[in-house]
Design a protein around this ligand. Sequence first.
Ligand code: DX5
Ligand code: ZN
Length: 216
Amino acid sequence: MSHLIAPSLLSANFLNLEKDLEMLNKSEADWIHLDVMDGVFVPNISFGFPVIDLLKEKTDRPLDVHLMIVQPEKFVSQVAGAGAMMMNVHEEACPHLHRVVQQIKQAGMKAAVTLNPHSPVALLEDIIHDLEMVLLMSVNPGFGGQKFIEHSVEKVRALKELILRKNLSTLIEVDGGVNLETGKRLVDAGADVLVAGNFVFSSPNPIETIHRLKHL
Ligand code: DX5
Ligand code: ZN
């Protein structure tokens, strides 16, 4: 499988989201990545359900929802109701992660667990067989446009080893500081899905930038 590209709407123009969605619909974006922040789990607030609920009418691309919030289990049915294909919850935000993962699946979505840069891959040893995807943060979550944390490449390799050792087909997504150079190294290390926000939306030709990320 060729890797997938999930542009993050966090770096889009919030005054004209429709235009950016039209651009994404014309592009080779495989998914649309949505970053929800609560100002508690991360030091920033982004957007919530009043915005997300409107998106499914404007795009046919699967929605990949990344919840950077405490107690994400409170919002499983709202995320499902917004038409999400994938719901990502942070391992660091879920003391009862196994239960949350089952709730996500029961609501008809694919389940992904996200790890912050300091959280080791080994934390997933006893849950990975229940996950469709693991999202590795390659920056500290909260803001777009931050510098890529180099150790993330090794972490992708370690996660790939764990997945192969367990004979699973869990996807590996990486989020933060992705550009053509870091993206290539991540895909070579085993990443299946690249999230890119700032690199796509601050480029002069986002459609071409998505094309280049897709064909690294
Ligand atoms: C960071 C978010 C990311 C962010 C990626 O907290 O989870 O999805 O938008 O941003 P870039 O690609 O700009 O580093
Ligand atoms: Zn994200």
